[in-house]
Design a protein around this ligand. Structure first.
Ligand code: PMV
Length: 332
């Protein structure tokens, strides 16, 4: 990433939204650069943004206030943010530390991962504060270093993360797609017993199916990208649901096995299939590395499918959302 012509902002604020993968990212071929074994496709949502302000300071260490709480030095969140800012500082040729304030609007009871919106907002605000080039491509490459899926949250609506072969060509771009909704069905909001980072790494090291997964995901991604651009929502939905089953089958083949889905998650997958086959609704289920089920549904069928799913559990509805963007209302 090149240093932009403009001077650093000293203070910058950015907002980014979570995304849900239709074709999943699961497995790195480079842990440090966070290069994936295959590309992925997602939809950025319009709910639960993260807003982050980065201010350059004269202090000796970075500081982080997350949802109003000061993070102690040496704690997980601050260490991860500081390590990320070291990448930004190296690119900007700066040694200045930063004060970071971040508000994450995902309610803890929503069960949605916040690392994608979190690192996308941080990447955008830090790039502006340190004077780096803020083109979508550069922001996506930078956000990728915080959390792989964050590379897609700097992009609006449908984003394809091209696996690439090195740091320079592994980033996400927007593609056209159907007008759809995402219904987030809450199954369990407790912290997972195994983190997705560890389970992902274990799949690569221990699953006998890993090569087949990586290879077939690129094939599935090609078909899904074509369906998405042609607004063929049914084909895209079918591939989405199949790919979720494949990812969870892969994870179950880890040694030792890991299972993220709960009995209610499977029930919801069955209900979605039934709503499709018996009522003709255009709805398809997926789930990330956790038990909550997300239903990809056409805009027209969203109200009826939402109502049907709400008899089983709490359901939140999201529409396609915007790219990460800078804002003037700093959190200081
Ligand atoms: O970006 P990470 O390291 O939180 O991994 C995300 C992995 C999945 O959410 C399960 C799939 C995806 O593509 O977002």
């Amino acid at each position: 990433m090149s240093v932009s012509e403009t001077q650093p902002e000293q203070i910058a604020t950015a907002r980014a939204h979570p995304n849900i993968a239709l074709i999943k990212y699961w497995g790195k071929r480079d842990d440090d650069l966070i290069l994936p074994v295959a590309g992925s496709l997602s939809l950025t949502l319009d709910i639960f943004p993260t807003t982050t302000t980065v201010e350059l300071t004269e202090r000796e260490a970075d500081e982080l206030v997350l949802n109003g709480k000061v993070c102690e030095r040496g704690t997980g969140a601050l260490a991860r943010v500081s390590a990320f800012l070291d990448i930004v500082r190296a690119r900007a040729g700066s040694e200045r530390r930063a004060s970071i304030r971040s508000i994450n609007e995902v309610p803890t009871a929503a069960g949605l991962a916040s690392s994608a919106s979190g690192f996308a907002a941080l990447a955008h605000a830090a790039a502006a504060a340190y004077g780096l080039d803020c083109s979508p491509e550069n922001l996506s490459r930078l956000a990728r270093r915080g959390s792989g899926s964050a590379s897609r949250s700097v992009i609006s609506r449908y984003a394809v993360w091209h696996a690439g072969t090195c740091d320079a060509d592994s980033f996400a771009t927007e593609i056209a797609g159907p007008d759809a909704r995402m219904l987030i069905c809450i199954v369990d909001t407790k912290e997972k017993a195994v983190s997705s980072r560890l389970a992902m790494e274990a799949s690569r090291r221990t699953s006998p199916f890993f090569e087949a997964w990586a290879h077939s995901t690129e094939e599935t991604l090609k078909r899904a990208t074509k369906a998405c651009e042609e607004k063929d929502i049914r084909t895209l939905g079918e591939l989405t649901e199949m790919h979720a089953y494949r990812m969870h089958a892969l994870i179950a083949s880890n040694e030792p096995p890991v299972r993220f889905l709960h009995p209610l998650s499977y029930t919801l997958f069955d209900v979605v299939k039934q709503l499709r086959e018996e009522n003709g609704f255009c709805c398809y289920a997926t789930a990330d590395a956790g038990p909550n089920v997300v239903v990809f549904v056409s805009k027209e069928d969203a109200p009826a499918v939402h109502e049907a799913l709400a008899t089983f559990t709490r359901v939140l509805e999201a529409a396609p959302g915007p790219a990460s963007h800078l804002r003037k209302d700093h959190l200081f």
